[in-house]
Design a protein around this ligand. Sequence first.
Ligand SMILES: NC(=O)c1ccc[n+]([C@@H]2O[C@H](COP(=O)([O-])OP(=O)(O)OC[C@H]3O[C@@H](n4cnc5c(N)ncnc54)[C@H](O)[C@@H]3O)[C@@H](O)[C@H]2O)c1
Length: 349
Amino acid sequence: MTPRRSLVTGGFGFIGGHLVERLLRRGDDVVVVDPAPAPPDLRDDRAAVRHVPCDVRDAEALRLVDVTGVDEVYHLSSLVGVDRYLSDPLDVVDTSVLGTRNVLDLARRARAKLVLASTSEVYGKNPVAPWAEDADRVLGSTAADRWSYSSSKAVAEHLALAYAHRFGLRLSIVRYFNVYGPRQRPAYVISRTLHRLLRGERPLLYDGGEQTRCFTYVDDAVEATLLTGGSGAADGEVLNIGSDQEWTMAEAVDLVRSAVGSDAEPVVLRTRSAFGEAYEDIPRRVPDVSKARRILGWRWGVPLGAGVARTVAWAHRSPWWAAAEPPGGCPGGNAETNRATGRTDGHVR
Ligand SMILES: NC(=O)c1ccc[n+]([C@@H]2O[C@H](COP(=O)([O-])OP(=O)(O)OC[C@H]3O[C@@H](n4cnc5c(N)ncnc54)[C@H](O)[C@@H]3O)[C@@H](O)[C@H]2O)c1
C-alpha cells in the first residue's frame, strides 16, 4: 500500500516537531516546509523527512513544492510569542496572512485536506469565559501591536473559510490553548520558568500572577490535530483544542518550581513596564471544549503536573535546550541580572 503523505509547514517548530514525529510513527511520508533547521533531538528522523527550507510568504517558491500524493496539509508556520508581536508586527501579519493564502493555494493544488493552526488569542480579551468557538472576539486598538497576532490569525481563518466556500477546499481550523512541553521556546510561562530555573535564574511573575490559563500538553494537542486531519466530520469546522483546567500563573510557576526542586522566589514584574503601556494581558482564558469532544471524540488527557514532570525529565536529558540563550527582547531574557542569588530588577514577593 502507498504510504500516506503529509505536508507540515512550521514542522521544525515546537508543535510541528511533535506532529512530524507522530506522522512518521504512523508511517507517513512527511514533507516539512520550514526555513528553520530540525531541532537537535529530531535529527534522527531527518532522513525520513523531505525538508523544503522555504518561507511560506514566498508564493513562487511554494508553487515549486512537489505536492504529488500529499493527502493532508498541516499549516503551523507562524511567528508566535509576545516578544515577536511587539518587535516584528509586520512579519507576524505577513506570515499569517500572505503565508496562509499561499498554503491554501498549495493545498488546493494538492487536493489535500488542510488543518490550519489558529489560536485562543483570536478571542482577545472577551470577559465571558469559557469561550465556545462562536464567541465574540474582543480586541483593543490597532495602535497596540500586541493585537497583530490575534487579528492576523483571525484573517487567516477568514481566508481559509472563504477558500472552503469558494473552492470547496476541505479544511478545519484548530484553536490551540497554551500548549507546552519539550522543545518549546522559553518565551512562555511553563517553558520560561523551567529554562530560568535550570540556568540558576529566578522565575518571573507578571502582575501578581492571578491571570488564569488552561495549559495543554503538546501530545494532547498533536493527537487532536491528527484526529482533525483525518475527520470528515471536522471539515469546515473551527475547534477549540485545549485543556479546560484553569490555573493561575502563580500556581503554574509554583508547580514548575516544585517539579525542579527549586525554592527560588519569583521576580514580580508589571507587564506594562515590560511590554509598554499599550500592552494588555488577558485576565482569564478558558475554552469550551465540548465541540472537539462531540466531533472528534477527543478530550485532553495529560494533567499539568504530569506534563510538567515529563517536560522537566526531557530537559534534564537535553542540556542543549537550557544552554540556549532565551529570546532577546523578551523581558526577563538576557538583560536582567536576576540570578537566584543575585540582584533583582522587580520587587520580590
Ligand atoms: N504553542 C502554543 O501554545 C500555541 C497556541 C496557539 C496557537 N499556536 C499556533 O500553533 C502553531 C505552531 O506554534 P508553535 O508553538 O509550534 O510555534 P513555533 O514558533 O515553535 O513554530 C513555528 C514554526 O514556524 C516556522 N515559521 C515561522 N515563519 C515562517 C515562514 N514565514 N515560513 C515558513 N515557516 C515559518 C518557524 O521556523 C517555526 O519552526 C502556530 O501557528 C501558532 O500560531 C501555538
